[in-house]
Write a protein that binds this ligand. Structure first.
Ligand SMILES: [Zn+2]
Length: 155
């Protein structure tokens, strides 16, 4: 029985080191890249900081505030506020996927930031199919707006 069991373990599929990247991930990354974000780099050449939300870039002061909050943890509010203000992306080594501190990156091990950094580093190419998916405008949430009469008579 032991022998069977050990045979079974050698037969397992190899562990996937790379997370699976869907067209949706690529599409999100492609749209993200159109926002023209400007990251700040660490001296190591691998680590970069991207602003969360609609901000285009980070100032050195904002980055310092982030690093200080991550280091000191003086108050939870301060930590939480800073934790989600900056995404820390580390480029992968030997062409591996980058890692990112955003919620999607933490959960799925791949996110638009990681892919974007891969594109910047030249290790990832966005497939054309993901670019084409963006051409149609995203439908707004909720009920479609009702058509209004083109002309209204004024009495
Ligand atoms: Zn991310």
């Amino acid at each position: 029985m032991i022998k069977e069991w050990s045979l079974d373990t050698t037969d397992r599929r190899p562990f996937h080191e790379e997370p699976s990247v869907s067209t949706r991930h690529y599409r999100d990354a492609w749209m993200y890249m159109q926002e023209g974000k400007e990251p700040l780099y660490l001296d190591d050449g691998r680590t970069m900081f991207l602003p969360a939300g609609s901000k285009k870039g980070l100032t050195v002061e904002e980055l310092s505030a982030y690093i200080q909050a991550m280091d000191s943890c003086e108050s939870f509010e301060q930590y939480a506020e800073q934790r989600f203000a900056v995404w820390v992306v580390k480029a992968g080594e030997n062409g591996q996927m980058a890692t990112c501190s955003c919620p999607v990156g933490m959960k799925q091990r791949v996110c638009k930031h990681a892919i974007t950094v891969g594109v910047w580093k030249g290790t990832i190419t966005i497939p054309d199919v993901a670019k084409h998916a963006v051409i149609g405008q995203k439908r707004k949430r909720g009920r479609p707006t009702a058509t209004r009469p083109a002309l209204v008579r004024q009495d």
